[in-house]
Design a protein around this ligand. Structure first.
Ligand code: FAD
Length: 391
C-alpha cells in the first residue's frame, strides 16, 4: 500500500452526496479517493425518509418559485438512473414507492387551495380514490382526500450499497485528517498519516464539515444544524404508506414513509411537524405518546396493540441560512482547490455533483492518468436505523 497517493479528486464523507459525486466522477474517467471515518451512509443519509422530492411539499408555503429550482427535475433524474439509463446505473436499487402522496384528513381545505394555486404543482398532482389509495388508507372508515405526487421513495440502504459498488477501489476508511500544503496552497490531505495529493478536495461530510473546516483553518462557509426527533413504529399490522398528512399549517402535520425491516415486517418512519420544534423538546416517551395519539386519531382502523416504538434524534446539517441561500438547491462553496458543501436533501445529490463538475470544468480540471489505489482499508456499510433501534 503506497504511503503517498495521487488522485484527481479527493472526497471526504461517504454519505449520499460524496458517494453520488464519486460514482459520477469515476464514470467520467476521473480518479478519486473517498475517505469515510465511520460507515457509508451512516450519517444523515440512512436516517432520511428516502423521498425524492420534486418540490411539491415546498409549494405549500410558497418557497418553491418554479421551474428554475433544481429540485423540480430530481424525480426525472433519479428515475432515469434507477432505470439504468441516467447519469449513474442504479438499476438494482429498490424503489419503495412509485409515488409519494399528499393526504388531507377530513375537511381541511385551506392549505390545499393555495397548494393547487401554485404554478409549481399544476399538472403534477392527481387525486386518487378506492383501490388506487395507498394500502394503509384503503378502509371504509377513511374519509380524507388523497393526491398522488410525482415523487419517488427509494430504499436508501440499497442505494448506498449500489453507490459503494460503483466506488470500486476508491473507498478509504480513515479517521485523522490534516491539511497538506505546498507553498501555502492546499495540495491534498494527510489521512491517517498517509499523504493524498489531489487536484481538488471536496468536503461532503455532512455535519462533519464544520470540524473539517476548522482543521483546515477556514471559517467559511458556516454550517447550521436543524434538530429532528423522528419516531419509528414496527408491527405486523402495518401496511405501506408514503404520505404527507396535511394539518392546518404550512408544514405537513406528519410525514410517513414505510421501510422493510430485516425480519420482514414493515416499519413506519414518522417525520414532518411531529419531529420538529415541539417534538424535539419532548422526551422520547412523550414523543412516542404524541405519535401514537396522532396515528390513532388519523388511522383508527390500524391495530397498534403489538407495535414496537422507538425515537431517533438526528440533526440535519445545512449551510447557515442567509438571504442568498435557496433551500431547494444543493449548496457548494468553491475556494481555490477546496470545495465544501451540503446537498441539503438526499434528492439533491445529483445537483450537488453537477455543481462540483461545473467547478472542475470552470477550472479546466481533467482526468489525469493515475496508478490505481488497491488494498485500501474499506469503510463498512451502515446498518439501517430501524434494524438498530427495533431489532
Ligand atoms: P451524510 O449522510 O451525513 O454523510 C456524511 C458522511 O461524512 C458520514 O458518513 C460521516 O460519517 C462522514 N464524515 C463526517 N466527518 C468525517 C470526517 N472528518 N472524515 C471522514 N468522514 C466524515 N432528504 C430527502 O431528499 N428526502 C428525504 O425524505 C429526507 N428525509 C430526511 C429525514 C431525516 C430524519 C433527516 C435527518 C434528513 C432527511 N433528508 C431527506 C436530508 C438528507 O438525509 C440529507 O440532506 C443527506 O442525506 C445529506 O447527505 P450527505 O452525504 O451530505 O451527509
Amino acid at each position: 500500500m503506497p504511503s503517498v497517493i495521487s488522485t484527481d479528486v479527493l472526497i471526504v464523507g461517504g454519505g449520499v452526496a460524496g458517494l453520488w459525486l464519486n460514482a459520477r466522477l469515476r464514470r467520467q474517467g476521473f480518479s478519486t479517493v473517498l475517505v469515510e471515518s465511520a460507515s457509508l451512509g451512516g450519517g444523515q443519509s440512512l436516517k432520511s425518509q428516502g423521498i425524492i422530492h420534486g418540490g411539491a411539499k415546498y409549494a405549500l408555503h410558497g418557497a418553491l418559485s418554479g421551474a428554475s429550482e433544481a429540485i423540480a427535475d430530481m424525480p426525472r433524474r433519479w428515475r432515469e438512473s434507477l432505470n439504468g439509463t441516467g447519469e449513474l446505473d442504479l438499476s438494482g436499487v429498490r424503489l419503495l414507492s412509485e409515488a409519494h402522496y399528499l393526504w388531507s384528513p377530513g375537511t381541511i381545505a385551506g392549505n390545499l387551495t393555495s397548494f393547487f394555486a401554485s404554478k409549481a404543482v399544476r399538472g403534477r398532482v392527481d387525486q386518487v380514490k378506492g383501490e388506487q389509495l395507498p394500502p394503509a388508507l384503503q378502509n371504509p372508515k377513511f374519509k380524507g382526500k388523497v393526491y398522488r405526487l410525482a415523487e419517488l421513495v427509494v430504499d436508501v440502504p440499497s442505494l448506498i450499497e449500489r453507490l459503494a459498488e460503483l466506488a470500486g477501489d476508491s473507498l478509504l476508511a480513515a479517521q485523522q485528517i490534516e491539511p497538506l500544503h505546498d507553498n501555502g496552497e492546499l495540495a491534498g490531505l494527510r489521512v491517517d498519516g498517509r499523504e493524498i495529493r489531489a487536484q481538488r478536495v471536496v468536503l461532503s461530510a455532512g455535519p462533519g464539515n464544520a470540524d473539517l473546516l476548522e482543521t483546515l483553518g477556514i471559517s467559511q462557509p458556516r454550517m447550521q444544524r436543524r434538530p429532528l426527533h423522528m419516531v419509528l413504529v414496527k408491527g405486523p399490522t402495518l401496511k405501506p404508506l408514503y404520505a404527507h398528512c396535511l394539518g392546518g399549517g404550512p408544514k405537513p402535520r406528519i410525514t410517513v414513509t414505510t421501510h422493510p425491516a430485516a425480519d420482514g415486517q414493515w416499519v413506519w418512519y414518522l417525520g414532518g411537524d411531529l419531529a420538529e420544534a415541539d417534538g424535539v423538546a419532548r422526551e422520547p416517551a412523550a414523543q412516542i405518546a404524541t405519535a401514537r395519539k396522532e396515528l390513532e386519531s388519523l388511522l383508527p382502523w390500524i391495530d397498534l396493540s403489538q407495535a414496537q416504538w422507538a425515537t431517533l434524534r438526528v440533526d440535519r446539517a445545512e449551510p447557515a441560512q442567509s438571504g442568498l441561500v435557496r433551500p431547494d438547491n444543493a449548496f457548494l462553496d468553491v475556494q481555490q482547490r477546496l470545495m465544501v458543501g451540503w446537498p441539503t436533501k438526499l434528492a439533491l445529490a445529483p445537483d450537488f455533483s453537477d455543481r462540483v463538475l461545473a467547478a472542475l470544468s470552470n477550472d479546466g480540471i481533467h482526468p489525469t492518468p493515475q496508478p490505481s489505489t488497491t488494498d485500501l482499508p474499506k469503510p463498512p456499510l451502515a446498518i439501517p436505523v430501524w434494524d438498530q433501534l427495533l431489532p
